[in-house]
Write a protein that binds this ligand. Structure first.
Ligand code: DHB
Ligand code: FE
Length: 283
């Protein structure tokens, strides 16, 4: 049977990817952020999954704002890297895991989550930057296959944090019921506090971020109880991306240990963080 071996929460700021693509990670601006990743990267390199289930949001690159599914899953054999205006990032194409995708869609629909299925999907920075955070030098190919899980966080009404946490639990059950012996990692991407436009552009709320970074491990229910308005008030219009961390946390079992975390301000206009949890499995 498939098992979940770890969960990674990470910001997906596009300039983090650009810093890697343009070899600027040792510049004074970027070095502290990338130094903060190092212990997690070393641990993950020693614990490679077969498949990464990556919970992310498309930023109107592949998903037209005329039709925005609340939740979606990619079911393709491969995904091209999206052109977000400067040409696609110079990273390998993303190889899918269509059998696991089909299993997840079937189990989730039976579990009451009416998932949209993507058979063609160009993946944007929301997915490729977390892959680069995990594996900075993939060479010709990423070291794992990927199942993209899409969450609408950009168009009102976003799903509630509680629904995202429940989706994560259902994804965890579905992964653990997949009959192949696969090692699976689950990524929750986005955050932390940030607002890119409007009167509060540039908003950072370190107190909220620190609380969230702590509670995601041991008190996810507390975070799941917050309303979307509370997320936006406390973390900014784009800080609501944090609800995707709750999908990852829901998929993990209750027996987890924190391998590493790091928090850094600013990366672009955001508070950037990473938190890595080993899943010790059901008791
Ligand atoms: C930016 C974009 C994002 O999608 C995000 O999550 C954080 C920052 C940006 O454009 O700076
Ligand atoms: Fe984003």
């Amino acid at each position: 049977m498939a098992e979940i071996i770890w969960g990674l929460a990470t910001s997906h700021v596009p300039s983090i990817g650009a810093a890697m693509d343009h070899h600027k990670t040792t510049d004074p601006y970027w070095k502290p952020l990338f130094d903060g990743y190092e212990p997690a990267r070393a641990w993950m390199a020693a614990h490679r999954p077969d498949v990464a289930v990556i919970v992310y949001n498309d930023h109107a690159n592949a998903v037209d704002l005329d039709l925005v599914p609340t939740f979606g899953i990619g079911a393709a054999g491969s995904y091209d890297v999206a052109d977000e205006g400067w040409g696609p990032r110079p990273v390998p194409p993303v190889v899918g895991a269509p059998e696991l995708s089909a299993h997840l869609v079937g189990e989730l629909v039976d579990d009451g989550f009416d998932i949209a299925t993507f058979h063609r999907l160009d993946v944007d920075h929301g997915l490729t930057v977390p892959l680069s955070v995990y594996c900075p030098d993939p060479g010709e190919a990423w070291p794992c296959a990927v199942v993209p899980v899409l969450v609408n966080v950009i168009q009102y009404p976003q799903p509630t944090a509680a629904r995202c946490h429940a989706l994560g639990k259902a994804i965890g059950r579905a992964i653990r019921s997949f009959p192949q012996d696969l090692k699976v990692a689950v990524f929750g991407t986005g955050g932390m506090s940030h607002q890119l436009a409007g009167a509060r552009a540039g908003l950072i709320n370190s107190e909220f971020d620190r609380m969230f970074l702590q509670a995601i491990e041991s008190e996810p229910e507390k975070l799941a109880a917050l309303t979307r308005e509370e997320y936006i008030r406390e973390a900014g219009t784009e800080g609501i991306e944090l609800i995707m961390w709750l999908v990852m946390r829901g998929a993990l079992s209750d027996r987890i240990t924190r391998v590493h975390d790091t928090y850094h301000v600013p990366a672009s206009n955001t508070a950037a963080a990473l938190a890595l949890f080993e899943d010790l499995g059901e008791a």
